[in-house]
Write a new protein. Structure first.
Length: 143
């Protein structure tokens, strides 16, 4: 192999390693804990279930929080955007009744109910951190 080809091969290897190292984290990487999702289930039942239903299916005018319609709406968008929506507008008419920490717990509950695996670190209640995670259609649709 010539020096030129060796350099080119090394550049490809380095570029591949760099791409892998900078790949955005996935919501399938276990971004919440089981304990957090359990707390979120309690908070969901108290603050969300009345409109979004026990099974997260929603109602006639309230969107579901799981399933095909949910995955189509959120595919390609960030968890930070979803958190901001929940933070500023849910529960409807009284968003201050649920703390940001409880809202992060509720998101963890919804992720668990969507079949996404738990991990070792709690989902934070900070939008700027949650912006790193993007919903992929395949991650939600298969759940």
């Amino acid at each position: 192999m010539t020096v030129g080809r060796q350099v080119a091969a090394a550049a490809i290897v380095i570029a591949g390693a760099t791409l892998g190292a900078t790949q955005a984290p996935s919501i399938s990487d276990g971004i919440y804990t089981e304990e957090q999702a359990s707390r979120g289930g309690v908070a969901y039942r108290r603050a969300c279930e009345g409109c979004h239903a026990t099974d997260l299916s929603g109602g006639k005018v309230v969107p579901g929080l799981s399933g095909r319609a949910f995955s189509e709406k959120w595919s390609g968008l960030t968890l930070g955007r979803w958190f901001e929506l929940v933070l500023t507008s849910m529960p409807e008419g009284s968003p201050a009744d649920v703390t940001p920490r409880e809202k992060a717990d509720i998101l963890a509950f919804i992720l668990r109910e969507s079949g996404l695996p738990p991990g070792d670190v709690e989902l934070p209640d900070r939008r700027e951190v949650l912006e790193r995670y993007t919903f992929g259609k395949t991650e939600l649709a298969a759940r």
